[in-house]
Ligand binder design. Structure first.
Ligand code: ADP
Length: 476
C-alpha cells in the first residue's frame, strides 16, 4: 500500500500547532507497520538549516494557476525511515511565518495543486493521498478534477482529516477561476461554494473518499451547530464516510523513565519518590513553599475554549483548599492578567508562569498530582494524554477527545483514570476538583488512580492501525 501524506507542517521540521505533531509522528508509526507512506510539506525558509543542508534535490516541475506558471523544486529527506518531500517555491514560502498572509489562499492552492501533481512527476504510484485541514484540502478537489481526463489518477483515493474545524480557508469566489483554475462546476452548494465565497475545508469534506476527525466524540459533536462552525450541514450530508480516530502521543518523547528534561526519573512501579523530588524542584523554581502538598497544574494556551472562565470564576473558593496551583501558558491578555493577579494575591499557593517553555512543561506534568483541563470544546487534546503518562490525574470536562480518553474514577469498581464533569458550570468543576482531592487523600485510592492513569494506552500504535484499516477498506 502506497500513501502520500500531505500537511502544511510536521515535527521536527516546522510546527505551529498540534497538526505538526500528528504529521510528524503518525507516518513514522505507519511505516513501522509496513506501509510505504511518504510525507509532503512546503519548503518554508523557516525550516532549520541543519535539515535543509541534508535535503537532496530530486527534480523540478511547473504548476499552472491559470496565467501563472509556478516553479516547484522537489527536495527529499529521509527521517526515521520515512521519506519527506519538500516543495520549493520562494515566492510563496520564503517568509517569516507560515500563515496569516494576504495571499494564503493562493499559496496553499499552489501547494495543493503541486501535491496532486507530485505522484505523477516522481512516478510514485500512490493508492491514497491523505490530506489535513484546509491548507491541503484542495488536493481532494484537484484529484477529482484530474480523474476526469487522466488515467494515472483514476484509482487514487483520498482521505481528509479535520484537526481543527475553526479554520476553514474561506476566500473570495473569484479565486476559484482566477487562481485555482477550476470551472463553474465547482461553484455550487454541493461543492466549494460557501455563501458568496469558497470554503476549502468544505471542499476537503465533499471531495474526499473518507474524512476523519481526531476523536470519536468530536466526530459526533461536529454534527451539531455548537461545534459545527457552520459546516454541520455538510458534515451531516457526508456523515456516511466520516470516522473519528483519536490522536496518540510520542511515547519516546513523553516518557517519565527517560525524559531528558526531568531531574529525576520514575516509572509505574516507583513514581512516589521521583514525583516528590520533581515537585520540590518546581516549588523551588517557582518560589512556592517546598512542602508535601497536592499540586494542581494547567499547561495551556490561554484562550476561551480552554475553559479558563470556569477556573477564574471559582478560583477564590478553590484556593481555600490545602493545595498549590501552577499554571504555565500564554494567550489572551485578560486571562494572563487574571492569573498574574491570583499569583500576586496568593503568593504561597499560586505560581503563574506566563510564557511558553517546553522543558518546564515536562517538569510540571511530572511534579503535579492533578491536571486541570475544563475545555469548552476539545477535538482531541494532547495535554491530558501526557498528564496520564506522567501520573498527573486529569480533571476534564466531558467533550471531544477528553471524553474519550479520561474516565472518571469509580471508587467501587476501582476503575477510571481521572475525574470528569459534564456541564459548562464552574461549581460542577469545583465539586469535581474537591472529589479528586478527597480521593488523593486516601492512600489506596491514590495508588489505584495513578496506576490506572499511567497504564492508559495512548501511543500512536493503536490509532495508526485504525488509519491503516480505513485505507484498506478504501482500496479493496
Ligand atoms: P491545543 O493544541 O489546543 O493547544 P493540546 O492539549 O492538544 O491543545 O496541545 C497543547 C500542547 O502544547 C501540549 O503538548 C502542551 O504541553 C503544550 N503547551 C501549551 N502551552 C504551553 C506552554 N506555555 N509551555 C509549554 N508547552 C505548552
Amino acid at each position: 500500500m502506497k500513501i502520500l501524506y500531505a500537511s502544511s507542517e510536521a515535527v521536527p521540521f516546522i510546527k505551529t500547532g498540534g497538526l505538526a505533531d500528528v504529521a510528524g509522528t503518525l507516518p513514522i508509526e505507519m511505516k513501522k507497520q509496513g506501509i510505504d507512506i511518504r510525507v509532503v510539506l512546503p519548503l518554508y525558509s523557516k525550516i532549520p538549516s541543519h535539515f535543509r543542508e541534508k535535503m537532496k534535490k530530486i527534480g523540478e516541475y511547473y504548476t499552472d494557476l491559470t496565467w501563472r506558471r509556478q516553479y516547484v523544486g522537489v527536495y527529499c529527506l529521509e527521517y526515521e525511515g520515512v521519506i519527506f518531500y519538500f516543495l520549493d517555491n520562494e515566492q510563496y514560502f520564503k517568509r517569516d511565518g507560515l500563515y496569516g498572509y494576504p495571499d494564503d489562499g493562493e499559496r496553499f492552492t499552489f501547494f495543493a495543486k503541486a501535491v496532486a501533481l507530485l505522484p505523477k512527476i516522481i512516478d510514485f504510484k500512490v493508492d491514497i493521498i491523505h490530506t489535513n485541514d484546509w491548507h491541503t484540502a484542495m488536493v481532494n478537489v484537484y484529484l477529482q478534477d484530474f480523474k476526469r481526463g487522466d488515467k494515472f489518477y483514476e484509482r487514487i483515493k483520498s482521505v481528509f482529516t479535520i484537526h481543527n474545524l475553526k479554520y476553514q480557508g474561506i476566500f473570495p469566489s473569484q479565486m476559484l477561476f482566477d487562481v485555482a483554475g477550476l470551472d463553474g462546476m465547482y461553484y455550487n452548494e454541493e461543492s466549494l461554494k460557501y455563501y458568496d465565497t469558497i470554503n476549502m475545508m468544505k471542499g476537503g469534506i465533499v471531495f474526499s473518499d473518507a474524512f476523519t476527525t481526531v476523536s470519536k466524540t468530536y466526530a459526533q459533536e461536529i454534527r451539531y451547530p455548537y461545534f459545527g462552525e457552520t459546516l454541520e450541514g455538510i458534515v451531516n450530508r457526508h456523515y456516511y464516510k466520516m470516522m473519528g480516530i483519536i490522536n496518540g502521543i510520542d511515547y519516546q518523547v513523553w516518557n517519565p523513565e527517560t525524559d531528558e528534561y526531568l531531574p529525576y526519573h520514575y516509572s509505574l512501579t516507583n513514581w512516589e519518590d521521583g514525583k516528590k523530588l520533581i515537585k520540590k524542584e518546581i516549588q523551588k523554581k517557582y518560589g512556592l513553599p517546598e512542602k508535601d502538598v497536592l499540586m494542581i497544574a494547567m499547561i495551556t494556551r490561554m484562550v476561551k475554549n480552554k475553559g479558563l472562565d470556569l477556573v477564574r470564576h471559582i478560583f477564590d473558593e478553590l484556593i481555600q483548599e490545602d493545595i498549590q496551583f501552577v499554571i504555565l501558558g500564554t494567550g489572551d491578555n485578560s486571562y494572563e492578567e487574571s492569573f498574574r493577579y491570583f499569583a500576586w494575591r496568593y503568593p504561597d499557593k499560586v505560581a503563574s508562569r506566563i510564557y511558553y517553555n517546553e522543558e518546564e512543561s515536562h517538569q510540571v506534568y511530572a511534579a503535579s498530582d492533578l491536571f486541570l483541563m475544563p475545555s469548552l470544546m476539545e477535538p482531541c487534546g494532547i495535554s491530558q494524554l501526557i498528564a496520564l503518562r506522567y501520573g498527573s490525574l486529569p480533571i476534564v470536562r466531558e467533550t471531544g477527545g477528553l471524553k474519550d480518553t479520561v474516565k472518571s474514577y469509580n471508587e467501587f469498581e476501582k476503575s477510571g483514570n481521572g475525574f470528569s464533569f459534564a456541564n459548562i458550570n464552574a461549581h460542577d468543576m469545583l465539586y469535581t476538583i474537591r472529589r479528586a482531592l478527597y480521593f488523593l487523600g486516601i492512600e489506596a485510592d491514590k495508588r489505584q488512580l495513578i496506576k490506572n492513569a499511567m497504564n492508559s494506552k495512548n501511543s500512536w500504535e493503536t490509532s495508526s492501525k485504525e488509519y491503516i484499516k480505513l485505507y484498506k477498506t478504501l482500496i479493496k
